[in-house]
Design a protein around this ligand. Sequence first.
Ligand code: NAD
Length: 501
Amino acid sequence: MTTQASQVDPNFKPFHGRLLINGDWCGAEKGGTIERRSPAHNYVVGVYAEATESDAERAVKAARVAFDSGPWPHMSGSERSRILRAVADGILSRKDELARLETLENGKPLAQSLAEIEGAADLWHYAATLARNLHGDSYNTLGADTLGVVLRDPIGVVSIITPWNFPFLIVSQKLPFALAAGCTTVVKPAEVTSGTTVLLGEILIAAGLPPGVVNILTGPGRVVGEVLVTHPDVDMLSFTGSTLVGKQAVAKSAQTLKKVSMELGGKNPQVIFDDCDWEAAVDAVVYGIFFNAGQCCNSGSRILVQDTIADKFAAAVVNKAKQVHLGDPLLPGTQVGAITTEKQFETILAYIEGAKRAGATIALGGARVSRAGYFIEPTVITNVTPNMAIASEEVFGPVLSVLTFKTVDDAVALANSTLYGLSAAVWSSNFSTCLTAARRIRAGTVWINTFLEGHAELPFGGYRESGLGRELGRFATEDYTESKTLQMHLGARTNWYLPKP
Ligand code: NAD
């Protein structure tokens, strides 16, 4: 592990963000604000309006009116597509500003933020293509006197609630697809990383989005999020965050029977067979756990290694992990930045202590880095057994657990042994082994001989407690629709009531 000194710009001015309601930027009704400090540098980088229930009510109302009486749901796919493309171009034209703010609020390396902003723009471009392709179905097979048509109707007002680990990328996995379908929305980013979502609001307005179609609320989840989850005028909830809060949100939203799309936690295994491409697998394991300081729903936070190579493989991972560049996320070359919040920092350290107490071995790291900010050493834990919390619970930090297996059956059973099912990887030079394992692992994504790749065309989401529904892919816009059946009768209808003969 190498670390680099922090860099503080003396001319830096924090970003100020307000609420976007019905096309207007405004302060919170009660005048409150939230301050955000950089987790890597500990200076104030953002100041946001702290929305309350009444602001949330106004935002939902604006979205409702924009849906019920505004132009957006009735625009042609081609017009909506043009605006989504303009948003994508607007994102790219402000990508440096967006990336810098993302890094300052989240603590992730600047080059990574830049790549994420560019990836997000690609999602807006992809959604623009779907806006023109959304269509229903027709049935010309129901008999000479019947024609059936199935319409795709935008579902209505969608609440979009996002977490702090990939703030801009995740809002871009949801919002453009909801807009492509013709929905109107209220968006609530995580309170610690609101900046880039607020900047997105400026880009949306510049692209010509009508007022009320996207409303943005910065504020605490338990206040603002609560309104968005329970409000009767909201038709659908699209949520990404922890499984705990996600389950509570589903239960509360059930009072008004909202449709839900939930992207939640994971404890994702990389299964390493003894005939794997060694270099590639070691590199992907290190990348899979230390990318974004392990704060990914998709983190490869446990590796299952065939017992014949387990010690040697773990040693190679430790050796490579020592070379990872940890440090100031603003400096070029940094690969691992800060942990995003103090609370998460404490949670990760507590998991490491728990693993020690349970009898596991800290093969690398295991402590905070002695510098300002919330930095944790890349950590590798061996002698982990399936019954330990570190083997089955989501740590959401740079902490890798190493477990072993003997046969394909063992590997699959171990892979499927947690409550989660978001993603997994299988490493073997025998494709038959890869496919046998991949087909039996219960996860929404299984990578084969690679890890953490993503494409707009491929659906993403989880089995079991990792979520409900799928984002991305060609059906992504359909998720934001209701289907409506039109049954048409042609010619004279046979009466039900027949006069007595
Ligand atoms: P979190 O659940 O604490 O918060 C997520 C969002 O919910 C935030 O905007 C928060 O303000 C809001 N919220 C909090 N309490 C609420 C309430 N009572 N009602 C409504 N909204 C409320 O999650 P987090 O700590 O921000 O993010 C980390 C978690 O997100 C991890 O578990 C991670 O695995 C998960 N995640 C999942 C995916 C995925 O696609 N599956 C992607 C990224 C993150």
